[in-house]
Unconditional design. Sequence first.
Length: 220
Amino acid sequence: MAGGDPAGTVRPVTQGLYDVIHRRRDVRAEFTGEPVEAEVLRRILTAAHAAPSVGLSQPWDFVLIRSDDVRKAFHEHVRAERDVFAATLTGDAAERFARIKIDGVLESSLSVVITYDPQRGGPAVLGRHAIADAGLYSVCLAIQNLWLAATAEGLGVGWVSFYREDFLRDLLGIPDGIRPVAWLCLGPVSHLEQVPDLERHGWRQRRPVAEAIHEDRWAG
Ligand SMILES: Cc1cc2nc3c(=O)[nH]c(=O)nc-3n(C[C@H](O)[C@H](O)[C@H](O)COP(=O)(O)O)c2cc1C
């Protein structure tokens, strides 16, 4: 296969990938609650499972949550943690945060909790001896694959991190030593916003890509 696309030309398949990457949004308010077809869910999870992982450890698991009771219990916890964070804010930030929705736990069709097992593939995980976090990075790549695949399927995903790991471990019966990394809300949406919610609410702006690129050295 030829290398990349020649400069200035983008093949339709390549453009399709870029379109999905830029269309992806973190969704809170736009979930419709309609079901996700089993075959679509299988494709999305298979895409997540195809992620790269340090030493091919594939340290992730996916817990599918449809139970209303579990979702309600988690949502109560998220509300309490939202209050914890809100109590750290004052002035404009407090007012802005009060207007921002931070989850779609009850409105989305289902949730997926992605976990990290540091023992998987051990004890000698190739490539992790100097950087313990490389296992966690691998789980995040599975999450991003899931997020992009869901977006390509026309679904929305919302990452919820307003929780304490011990609470979620207890709620889902996750064994000690395995870390819950993300609670993802998943499902059909009315639409995807073009601008991130936090930007629309004046919480933070995206920075230009040029500011993130350094040449040879940090200051370069
Ligand atoms: C690790 C991680 C945790 C996040 N936790 C939350 C969360 O708890 N609640 C929320 O509303 N958004 C959460 N988000 C979504 C971010 O706010 C969102 O990605 C960011 O504002 C950019 O918007 P976009 O994803 O629509 O481009 C999280 C995103 C990441 C990557």
